[in-house]
Design a protein around this ligand. Structure first.
Ligand SMILES: Nc1ncnc2c1ncn2[C@@H]1O[C@H](COP(=O)(O)OP(=O)(O)O)[C@@H](O)[C@H]1O
Ligand SMILES: O=P(O)(O)OC[C@H]1O[C@H](OP(=O)(O)OP(=O)(O)O)[C@H](O)[C@@H]1O
Length: 190
């Protein structure tokens, strides 16, 4: 990605709840002007905190879907998530756009976005449990449901996939993610 690139890649950051997707994306974007965050639309209560997202009702979300507002949308955790078409404007500046996606929509996203990199973030199971509890955004029942979903597999057929271990220090995962992103940047057109 450089200022002269026509379009930046979409960089999907995926993995189980509590693995550190939002933390990794925020740290990556904070340290690199060529990377930016995609703000999602989620039917989660606005006061839930965590990521910076647009909170909407289920009814409003359905209307946004009907109006063709989203480049991608999916259900998960009893919620609905949407990525507005605005993501294309962010890419047009030649920046890589970081976005937290469900593992279930990665092949669809690869078709929709074309220049698409997947960072599969991992952490040891005991680390996930500790982090979800410490985050405190979900109640204990929901934490258990999310831990049960942790081993959801990635689909076959992803063209640019990197595994990032975030079991340890966040900055180590940030360095590994940066290396992965820039190792697969589309070669400059001659
Ligand atoms: N490498 C890390 N070391 C320690 N705590 C972390 C690390 N990465 C994330 N966390 C913490 O773990 C919790 C879950 O992180 P979050 O980014 O919300 O994960 P996800 O978006 O994958 O659910 C947060 O409280 C966050 O501050
Ligand atoms: O199908 P999966 O790959 O299991 O992902 C399920 C959902 O979890 C993540 O959302 P969110 O960031 O709201 O949840 P999290 O913070 O618990 O990861 C992700 O963006 C999906 O919407």
């Amino acid at each position: 990605m450089t200022e002269t690139s026509a379009m930046g890649p979409v960089i999907a950051v995926v993995g189980p709840s509590g693995v550190g997707k939002d933390s990794l994306m925020e740290a990556l974007a904070a340290g690199d002007q060529n990377l930016c965050l995609m703000r999602r639309v989620v039917t989660r209560a606005p006061e839930a905190g965590g990521e910076d997202y647009d909170a909407v009702s289920e009814e409003a979300f359905s209307k946004l879907v009907a109006d063709g507002h989203f480049a991608l949308h999916w259900p998960a955790h009893g919620l609905h998530y949407g990525i507005p078409h605005q993501i294309e404007a962010l890419r047009a500046a030649g920046r890589g756009v970081l976005v937290n996606l469900s593992r279930a929509v990665l092949l669809q996203a690869q078709e929709v976005f074309g220049d698409f990199i997947v960072l599969s973030v991992t952490a040891r199971p005991e680390v996930l449990a500790e982090r979800l509890t410490q985050r405190g955004r979900e109640d204990s029942a929901e934490v258990q449901r999310r831990l049960a979903r942790a081993r959801q597999p990635l689909p076959a057929g992803l063209r640019r996939l990197h595994q990032i271990d975030n079991s340890g220090d966040l900055q180590q995962a940030v360095a590994a993610a940066r290396a992965a992103i820039y190792s697969t940047a589309v070669p400059e057109r001659a």
